[in-house]
Design a protein around this ligand. Structure first.
Ligand SMILES: Nc1ncnc2c1ncn2[C@@H]1O[C@H](COP(=O)(O)OP(=O)(O)OP(=O)(O)O)[C@@H](O)[C@H]1O
Ligand code: SF4
Ligand SMILES: [Mg+2]
Length: 361
């Protein structure tokens, strides 16, 4: 998905560490994550539940509850400024303006007492300088764009009068309303049916194309990533284990965890052959010695449980694994044990939607 102007880095996260201090110990939810997103680019952030995807996104807007959370290190560069050094008041100027977030839980960002017209309209009045009448007209248009039926009636609804899927679409409308430089979208389409899901993903791509918005798209679903992302970052146990272009990730995954995720992707041509990764992710307050994936890794070596693998490759394209040949980072290691079917094709959005409809609902 080549974009017109994609050289400018909009967000650069460097060595981010966000920890939670709990009664059970320090939960290292994000521990040394570095990634960047350029103008007009969609970065898919994937990984199993609890891998730190949401905490990474929440950290960008300083929305992690502190305590128990604590920003234990790193920098988050946006427009030449380190967001982690900003005060709460300074952060308010970024939220819902230059940086928009679609939350995993829509009720996190909607006020239950205010009508939709007021909540979306406020964004338009504040950030786009529209008067009340223009804001209402634009709100109705936005509701229509995100697939809300009968928008001129629903615009006057309170959140409790709308279903979960509709609330999610209202939140997406709010994010689109401010035409942000950076959109952090956390499972934006999970609660939606397949048709609406495809529609929302198309809107996000359009925003990216037309306005150059940089997008971090968090999802469990590699199928969605294949359909819309330019690059992919894979998280495991609070760390990035692989990053690369979408084609590279799907055709030549370098990390055994990425391969495992790909094997569990619903595929139209391989029905009934989904293979879940055996075992469970580790407890983040008590990580195993060495590589955190070692207890589940089909190609682990004796030293994997003793030493922690370093990142190999460039910041934008590489992996964290001893089996990756440092001298030839283009080499896919595989070691002959797991091999992703060479015929794996990057799915089109239609195929993704069809696969989701048939296999996941
Ligand atoms: N407020 C909190 N207090 C303590 N631990 C927390 C808190 N919020 C998140 N965590 C922990 O941080 C880790 C990462 O959570 P996060 O929500 O980022 O995962 P995720 O990758 O977004 O998962 P999912 O796919 O389920 O949304 C988890 O172990 C979670 O339990
Ligand atoms: S470092 Fe070792 S255990 Fe970890 S993913 Fe690579 S091969 Fe597997
Ligand atoms: Mg999450």
């Amino acid at each position: 998905m080549a974009r017109a102007d994609s050289t400018e880095t909009v967000l650069r996260i460097e060595d981010l560490r966000t920890h939670f201090h709990t009664d059970d110990g320090v939960v290292k939810a994000v521990d040394g994550v570095s990634l960047s997103v350029r103008r007009g680019e969609i970065l898919g952030l994937v990984g199993e539940s609890g891998s730190g995807k949401s905490v990474t996104n929440l950290s960008v807007l300083q929305l992690v509850p502190t305590p128990p959370g604590r920003y234990a290190g790193g920098q988050i560069w946006f427009g030449g400024e380190d967001l982690l050094t900003k005060s709460e008041q300074e952060m308010r100027a970024f939220r819902g303006n230059r940086i928009a977030m679609i939350f995993q839980d829509p009720m996190t960002s909607l006020n239950p007492y205010l009508r939709v017209s007021r909540q979306v309209g406020e964004v338009l009045r504040l950030h786009k300088g529209m008067d009340a009448k223009a804001a209402r007209r634009r709100t109705i248009e936005l509701l229509e764009m995100v697939g809300i039926p009968d928008p001129s009636r629903r615009v006057d609804a309170h959140p409790h009068e709308l279903s979960g899927g509709m609330l999610q679409r209202v939140m997406i409308a709010m994010a689109l309303a401010c035409e942000p430089d950076l959109l952090l979208a956390d499972e934006p389409t999970t609660a939606l049916d397949v048709t609406v899901q495809a529609q929302i993903l198309e809107l996000i791509q359009q925003l990216c194309r037309d306005r150059g918005t940089a997008v971090v798209l968090v999802t469990h679903d590699l199928g969605v990533v294949a359909g819309v992302a330019d690059r992919v970052a894979v998280m495991y146990a609070g760390r990035l284990v692989e990053q690369g272009d979408v084609e590279q990730i799907f055709h030549h995954p370098r990390h055994p965890y990425t391969e495992g995720l790909l094997r569990s992707l619903p595929r139209l041509d391989r029905k009934g052959e989904l293979t879940a990764i055996p075992g469970m992710p580790p407890n983040l307050s008590n990580l195993p010695e060495g590589c955190a994936f070692a207890p589940r890794c089909p190609v682990k070596m004796p030293h994997c449980s003793e030493q922690t693998p370093a990142w190999t490759g460039s910041p934008d394209s590489g992996a964290r694994c001893f089996a990756l040949d440092a001298d030839d980072e283009a080499t896919v290691f595989h070691r002959g044990v797991v091999k992703v079917d060479e015929a794996t094709e990057v799915m089109s959005l239609d195929e993704v939607a069809a696969a989701l409809g048939e296999d996941l609902t």
